[in-house]
Design a protein around this ligand. Structure first.
Ligand code: NDP
Length: 315
């Protein structure tokens, strides 16, 4: 049978390119988990994904209620779950003031981390039940959260501190909209959320890989400088960023190539190792990359897991 793959944020950028690449293998059916139903349908059509290869189900990660509803709807469809890809993200680098999810968490960490945390925790049961031979849970990471790289050292750097802002619920009612308890900074909030994504993958691996055989992985697909992720940036940045990445840093990768990379992590028989953060070298071959000190801190991963459980109502 076909492999059933749920991809969050498959209505544009990397998620859409991955859905297309997986559809082209002829072996996958993609569940596009998207907040804008019509946009997702149109995107699938424009990308040329045949109708029988995808289903759109509504999911707004900025609402925990919506996450739970998505899980219900998916279960009612009767389809098994073989692979979950947590891909959606928001990036608000020019925001002066924080904005919030339905539950009042700062939007970047609330969407990119907490929404996905609840989704992945709930769907773990479904993954366990699937009889598919190579079950996987993939959380898209980023170089920008990794302070052991050049890109990760562009200020403001990611830093979760002692997680005091997260404990306080990520809003300035109780403490601060930032995980480390500091002043709001949209670019930093995004990077922090990516560190959370990479820590969450490792904690999943530690807790569930042996028991379930599920592969848990994260990746940095390369700098896809033209995706919607940069839609909130200033126009000059949006003009200069793609050529800068192409010719100066040489970290540029097209949406199509990035989609193929993520599709490999979803279905390539040689990428089944669990607990790995994948990257690609200049010849586009994959390798196991090192995470920064903070993004591989086991103690922080555990603390993040426990606080996140409380915030999303699992503990
Ligand atoms: P895009 O902005 O093109 O795609 C992001 C997707 O997330 C969109 O489909 C968007 O939906 C969706 N999304 C945003 N908020 C929500 C929400 N509340 N609920 C459901 N879906 C939501 O960006 P990319 O394709 O670049 O980003 C995809 C992933 O790749 C992210 O995890 C990002 O961190 C990562 N990444 C990107 C890099 C890059 O250079 N671009 C580099 C490294 C990692 P909608 O279409 O409705 O807006």
């Amino acid at each position: 049978r076909k492999c059933i793959v749920v991809i969050t944020g498959a209505s544009s950028g990397l998620g859409l390119a991955t859905a297309k690449a997986l559809s082209e293998t002829g072996q996958c059916h993609v569940i596009m988990a998207c907040r804008n139903f019509l946009k997702a349908e149109k995107a699938a059509k424009t990308a040329g994904i045949p109708k029988e290869n995808y289903t759109v189900i509504h999911l707004d990660l900025a609402s925990l209620e919506s996450v739970r509803q998505f899980v219900d709807t998916f279960r009612r469809s009767g389809m098994p779950l073989d692979v979950l890809v947590c891909n959606a993200a928001v990036y608000l680098p020019t925001a002066k003031e924080p904005t919030y999810t339905a539950e009042g968490f700062e939007l970047s960490v609330g969407t990119n981390h907490l929404g996905h945390f609840l989704l992945a925790r709930l769907l773990l049961d479904d993954l366990k039940k699937s009889d598919y031979p190579s079950k996987r849970l993939i959380i898209v990471g980023s170089i920008t959260g990794n302070t052991n790289t050049l890109a990760g050292n562009v200020p403001p750097k990611a830093n979760l501190g002692d997680l005091r802002g997260l404990v306080g619920g990520l809003n300035d009612l109780n403490s601060s909209p930032m995980i480390d308890g500091g002043e709001f900074d949209g670019a930093k909030a995004y990077k922090d959320s990516k560190v959370c994504n990479m820590l969450t993958m490792q904690e999943f691996h530690k807790r569930y890989h042996e028991e379930t055989g599920i592969t848990f992985a994260s990746l940095y697909p390369g700098c896809i400088a033209e995706t919607g992720l940069f839609r909130n940036h200033i126009p000059l940045f949006r003009t200069l960023f793609p050529p800068f990445q192409k010719y100066i840093t040489k970290g540029y990768v097209s949406e199509e190539e990035a989609g193929k990379r993520l599709a490999q992590v979803v279905s390539d028989p040689s990428l089944t190792k669990s607990g790995v953060y994948w990257s690609w070298n200049k010849n586009s071959s994959s390798f196991e990359n090192q995470l920064s000190k903070e993004a591989s801190d086991a103690e922080k991963a555990l603390k993040l897991w426990e606080i996140s459980e409380k915030l999303v109502g699992l503990a």
